[in-house]
Design a binder for this molecule. Sequence first.
Ligand code: SF4
Ligand code: MG
Length: 312
Amino acid sequence: MHTILEVKQLHVHFPTSGKVVRAVDGVDISITQSETLAIIGESGSGKSVLGLALLGLLPANCTATGTVRYRGADLLRLSESELEMIRGSKIAWVPQNPAGAMNPSMTIGAQIGEPISLHVEKNRSIVRKKVLELLQFIRITPPEERIDSYPYSFSGGMLQRSLVAMGIAGLPELLIADEPTKGIDIMNRQAVSSLLRIVREKGITLLVITHDLSFARNLADRIAVMYSGRIMEIREKKSFFKGALHPYARGMLRSLPENGLHPIAGRTRETDKYDGGCRFRFRCTYAGEKCRVEPPLIPLPDGAAVRCWLYD
Ligand code: SF4
Ligand code: MG
């Protein structure tokens, strides 16, 4: 399997009230064809900004530097029209907040049909047929009765599934989903999870950005833990859930219901106040003198890597 997306030294900074927020601060990751990589982290860790940066969807006041290699091109250096050729047809984005992400004045069918007519098929009756198939696929039934509905008549879970349908409608090879289980009930979380599993079985590579560890555990092949703009640990899913290495990642696992819901003490420091040391050291019970210098991402024998001096 080959690498389809390679991110190197990605930095995304933006100014806010006289400060510079370093939302993503030197991220290296690569995604292999057909794998599912979950980027997990608490809110404010920079994971959504990372996702937006990959597709050139950042607000205008953000500065992104580094490289994002996709099929020989550096996505950070493409023009808006070149990016439009890639968005939806090669790499698709499933935004968070389904209610806000859908166009309230367009029918669900028209919104799912848009990427099809842009990237796959112009013939309107074939597009409609494909939309009906997608509605059936995401279990919004009967499709003939739902295709001309407007978003207001759908539940949050139905809207979330519709966003996934819009994402895969243009037949992309990589789907990036931002918090696809946020704000929906457990039944719908399971539905989104099985839907994405079927998407993966179709050979689509998935990058899932989530704070939902159970969801990541269900779906992912590899887990990357993000904290304060940095990747702290990246590992095969099974070994990660058997025993995470980074003190922050271990804290995340302890906060799961089956492990007693122990919260991680302290709060993320604001990234504009970064002083050069390990970004977790003000919350870490193992912090020592050495941690005043930030550790590199230390490679481990099994292909994993962890950013912590305990593994040096
Ligand atoms: Fe804790 Fe030091 Fe490891 Fe950072 S480098 S996680 S402060 S032990
Ligand atoms: Mg987010």
